[in-house]
Design a protein around this ligand. Structure first.
Ligand SMILES: Nc1nc2c(ncn2[C@@H]2O[C@H](COP(=O)(O)OP(=O)(O)OP(=O)(O)O)[C@@H](O)[C@H]2O)c(=O)[nH]1
Ligand SMILES: [Mg+2]
Length: 396
């Protein structure tokens, strides 16, 4: 499991040693954030003309804060069980397009068949190759199935479906590596990906998760190529009531990152948004390399995570993008967005098997809680769920 969002311990509970991932909670909260609660009546204007650090949160109407704090406490006391169940159902429902194109096709293929013969295996080969699992993964699954049939370990098609499910789950689980947060200092996540894949939205959603777990978050608008990109991140900053470091459109993105690293030590988590396409002659990969270099120089060890966002609807194209980005800046984690809108969910297996880069999050919609920590077991169970959801097509 990801383990990034463990709730912050209260001071009175501090008698027992903290688990490794909680050590980051020792980081002092930024002074400005601590001061915000008593300043309920103040209505400071946003400091938009400041080209450096823009204290977005200070422009928020302060009377909302006590209510937000109450909300947080309510969330902490909320019973986890029923919520977990409905979360699973939602995941399952959002994966219905992939289920229709993959799992239901498997069911149709196996329907009425009593034994596994050569024809069935040939049809299965075609199905697996067209299911966006990737040729290598599909071939491995088939080889394994053929071997088991030969050894008489498999006889009926239903058990073959079970074996495919378990193999896919194993492939995905093998590539999940623990996402280590630094033992001290801020956890810096550099978010990259081609334009429109969902980088900024993902940053907003991740920030929300960290805030819910009691961390202080700083957002960095290193996509300086479009004014709209900066304001989009600022909106997420306002929504989450966190600071956004920005500079005017056209500034050097590395200089924004440089500014951000100056203040980063006051925060637990720093999320850096980058451009997906440049409107100049300069090369995106070179720009990203430079941003990464500047970060590491100013704050040794940063970025701790280079997160590539891939739009699942692009299928195999997403895999090619991953190779390019990985070669340039060494991707350490992947967020796969828009799984709700595509039948190409098989790409999850392809990413895990071919690229061997762990998937950290999956996006299954546009709402805040539609960004899920990726859990291979949960994902496969939801995908192979037998119960029909409202959005499922019946097997014919
Ligand atoms: N359905 C769905 N839409 C998503 C998901 N994640 C992001 N989106 C939508 O994708 C669109 C693009 O998202 P952005 O966050 O602006 O993408 P970006 O990568 O920052 O784009 P650029 O800044 O132009 O490079 C928005 O309309 C998001 O709401 C998801 O998981 N599911
Ligand atoms: Mg963006």
């Amino acid at each position: 499991m990801l383990g990034w969002f463990k709730k912050k311990r209260k001071k009175k509970d501090d008698s027992t040693p903290l688990p490794e991932t909680d050590r980051i909670e020792e980081i002092p909260q930024p002074e400005t954030e601590k001061e915000e609660i008593p300043k309920v009546q103040e209505t400071e204007p946003a400091v938009e003309e400041d080209p450096g650090v823009v204290p977005e949160s200070e422009a928020e109407p302060k009377q909302q804060e006590p209510e937000e704090i109450l909300e947080e406490k309510k969330k902490e006391q909320a019973p986890a069980e029923p919520q977990a169940k409905s979360m699973f159902n939602r995941l399952s429902e959002r994966l219905s397009k992939t289920r229709n194109s993959f799992v239901h096709r498997l069911d149709t293929l196996f329907l009425g068949k009593k034994e596994i013969d050569a024809q069935l295996l040939d049809d299965l080969e075609e199905l697996l190759i067209t299911a966006d699992l990737g040729v290598t993964t599909a071939m491995e699954l088939l080889d394994n199935a053929r071997r088991r049939v030969k050894r008489k370990e498999l006889s009926d098609p239903q058990s073959l479906k079970e074996v495919l499910k378990e193999d896919i789950k194993r492939f995905i689980s093998e590539s999940t590596k623990p996402a280590k947060m630094p033992e001290s200092g801020p956890f810096v996540i550099m978010v990259i990906g081609v334009n429109g894949v969902g980088k900024t939205t993902t940053i907003g959603k991740i920030a929300h998760k960290f805030i819910n777990s009691g961390r202080s978050v700083l957002l960095v608008a290193a996509d300086t190529f479009r004014a709209a990109a900066v304001s989009q991140l600022q909106i997420w900053g306002e929504r989450n009531n966190v600071k956004v470091v920005s500079r005017p459109e056209g500034s050097d993105p590395s200089s924004v990152v440089y500014d951000a690293m100056e203040v980063a030590k006051d925060y637990s988590v720093v999320l850096v948004d980058t451009a997906g396409r440049l409107h100049t002659q300069s090369n995106l990969m070179e720009e990203l390399k430079k941003i990464k270099r500047v970060m590491g120089k100013k704050l040794p060890g940063a970025p701790h995570e280079v997160m590539l966002v891939i739009d699942a609807t692009t299928g195999q194209n997403g895999i090619s993008q991953a190779r390019l980005f990985n070669a340039a800046v060494e991707v350490t984690g992947i967020t796969l967005t828009k799984l709700d809108g595509t039948a190409k969910g098989g790409i999850v297996a392809n990413i895990s098997r071919d690229l061997k880069i762990p998937i950290r999050f999956i996006g299954i919609g546009e709402q805040l809680d539609d960004l899920r920590d990726f859990d291979p077991d949960e994902f496969i169970e939801a995908l192979f769920q037998n119960k029909m959801t409202e959005t499922d097509d019946p097997v014919v």
